[in-house]
Design a protein around this ligand. Structure first.
Ligand code: TUI
Length: 314
């Protein structure tokens, strides 16, 4: 069994997190992952605190194991969600798409375990100084909002910059990816895209089908011009948006193009206007499974690979 500090700190069986995917990672999916021995995470995304409270309660009705909440720091509701997690007695908070410094004191006072996503060494050092619990080093292979560096490059540099446990994210789909992440110094992994095919993941069937049929080159990054690069499936929406980015279209109009596109993908399965966020490993997601099966399969597949690594050394 693969164990690390993160299992003890969080009280989980396997050091694997389910990424906090906006519009997708609800209380039901998070509870299923936690029941399977990983850490399920509810995504606040751009939703108000009332939605997050409701999902926390749903998760708590389905599992007594720890469940995390991811706070997307660019959300207009980030402040109220940051207060709600304290009031709801959330055990673990992860953050993304920004700097969570202003919330750290209140969360520490409430004994919440704080695990920010970092996309650079400087942010890793800053978070370490603030006394957070662990770090998620997320490379640009991931779906959604992406940083500049790849997982292969970011993880070892973040591990060198901190004594905290590091969770690797971005580009991990199976046991091989887990083993590789541990070789880079990580003590845990976070996967998003692989959980899109979970039975408990209630995205529109069109979304699931697109993931299951994806091929290696099927994602692209858009949004660089406005400073919010986002990786998604190469759909009509993504190609149109990309074209608009390189046109003379004013920034405000460009911003308007993307409004509501995540909801259209997740809820409506809108193949024309939806933005289907997905990581580069989408092509490695081949079948529907329960969340618990995904967790167990990935972590058990990683074991013989890590054990067998000595075969390379004479
Ligand atoms: O946050 C994510 N992935 C996301 S958020 C999201 S919702 C969204 N919708 C529309 C536009 C943009 C986002 C979809 N996917 N991943 C975690 C992550 N955080 N990746 C990179 C970062 C990050 C980047 C910069 C974390 C900190 C950071 O610090 C910069 C600073 O100094 O504030």
């Amino acid at each position: 069994m693969i164990k690390s500090r993160i299992c003890e700190i969080l009280g989980i069986k396997y050091p694997i997190f389910q990424g906090g995917m906006a519009w997708i990672a609800d209380g039901k999916l998070a509870a299923a992952v936690s029941e399977g021995g990983g850490l399920g995470i509810i995504a606040a995304g751009n939703a108000p605190a009332s939605y997050v409270r409701e999902q926390i309660r749903i998760a708590k009705s389905l599992t007594s194991k720890p469940v995390g909440v991811n706070i997307m720091l660019m959300s207009p509701y980030a402040d109220e969600v940051a207060r709600a997690v304290v009031e709801e007695g959330t055990e673990v908070v992860t953050t993304g798409a920004g700097n969570p410094s202003k919330y750290v004191k209140a969360w520490k006072d409430a004994d919440i375990k704080i695990i920010p996503v970092v996309a650079s060494v400087s942010m890793a050092k800053l978070m370490t100084r603030l006394g957070v619990t662990a770090l998620i080093a997320e490379g640009g292979e991931s779906g959604g909002h992406v940083g500049e560096l790849t997982t292969m490059v970011l993880v070892p540099q973040v591990c060198d910059a901190t004594d905290l446990p590091v969770i690797a994210a971005g580009g991990i789909a199976d046991g091989r990816g887990v083993a590789a992440a541990f070789m880079l110094g990580a003590e845990g992994v976070q996967l998003g895209t692989r959980f899109l095919s979970a039975y408990e993941c209630t995205i529109h069937p069109n979304y699931k089908e697109k993931i299951l049929k994806a091929t290696d080159l099927c994602t692209m990054v858009t949004g660089k011009r406005l400073g919010h690069p986002v990786r998604s499936l190469r759909t009509k929406f993504a190609r149109d948006y990309s074209k608009a980015e390189y046109s003379a279209m004013p920034d405000e109009e460009l911003e308007q193009l993307a409004v509501g596109a995540l909801r259209l993908a997740v809820v409506e399965g809108d193949l024309e206007r939806g933005c289907f966020l997905a990581g580069q490993i989408a092509a490695m997601v081949k079948k529907e499974q329960s969340a618990a099966e995904i967790v167990k399969e990935i972590m058990e597949d990683a074991e013989p690979i890590l054990k067998g690594a000595s075969k390379w050394v004479e």
